[in-house]
Ligand binder design. Structure first.
Ligand code: 2AL
Length: 250
């Protein structure tokens, strides 16, 4: 069988976070899967609000376009707000998954209710909007914020990681849920350890998305081009994004 190439897009410009997520993705991926981890050269160093998401989205679409041109089979948007997900699906032929939607789907398969542990309080509303959009709001007991910025997960002190551990332990004893979702791509490397110490499923979206993507690729399923996810109409975009976002004419 043919090898599958999955593009893991970190939508922020942090190389350290890209490597953290790539490491987890490669540990989860099967032997026939190649993970191509990328992040934009320009943009926001971390994504912690609606403005950051808007700025990051054009970089994501550019990576999707380049990945399609390189011949990758599927794309993962590795930021817990799933920025630009539907726009990316319009641009891509291969499947595109967001790590929040992947984590929520996986958690809902192994527990009736889950809680989410994320970074800054201002990102909580982003997770809540996604719970509603994906139909999982009734599965979610609470969204907790450790109240530290995204990049504190990469500062080498281990303080943010310890806060995630403490929050997850409290969730286990207080939220009456069967699973916990880690609500930031930079927490990807904590899922295995926490699942073992807490003896309950602690789900990271990067691993969940890699596994789901592998399944979609094995099934031979691609993004539907029948209806609203059809390629964007070629109406002549102008400006700096004209060439990097426009599909070559068939
Ligand atoms: C994120 C994430 O996963 N990566 C990033 O830059 N911001 N979202 C979050 N809620 O922490």
């Amino acid at each position: 069988m043919r090898r599958h190439r999955i593009q893991l897009i970190n939508p922020n410009t942090s190389q350290a976070m890209t490597e953290t997520m790539a490491h987890t993705a490669r540990a989860i991926a099967g032997s026939r899967v190649e993970i191509e981890a990328v992040c934009p050269k320009e943009g926001v160093p971390s994504i912690e609000g609606h403005f950051d998401e808007a700025v990051a989205t054009l970089g994501i679409l550019q990576q999707i376009r380049e990945g399609e041109d390189r011949g990758v089979d599927g794309h993962i948007i590795a930021c817990f707000g799933d920025p630009g997900l539907l726009a990316a699906r319009e641009l891509a032929k291969g499947p595109v998954l967001g790590i929040a939607e992947a984590a929520m789907h996986v958690a809902s398969l192994v527990a009736t209710r889950f809680s989410i542990v994320t970074t800054l309080p201002r990102t909580v509303i982003i997770a809540r909007h996604l719970l509603h959009r994906y139909g999982f709001h009734e599965h979610c007991a609470a969204v907790h914020a450790i109240d530290l910025p995204v990049l504190s997960l990469e500062d080498g002190s281990g303080m943010a990681q310890q806060k995630v551990r403490d929050f997850c332990s409290n969730v286990k004893h207080q939220d009456n849920v069967g699973a916990i979702i880690l609500g930031c791509g930079g927490m990807a490397d904590l899922a295995a350890e926490l699942s073992e110490t807490l003896e309950m499923p602690v789900i990271d979206g990067v691993g969940a998305a890699v596994s789901l993507m592998e399944s979609l690729l094995n099934l031979g399923v691609t993004t539907s081009k029948w209806g609203d996810l059809d390629f964007p109409r070629n109406k002549g975009i102008t400006g700096p994004y004209a060439t990097c976002l426009t599909r070559p004419s068939p």
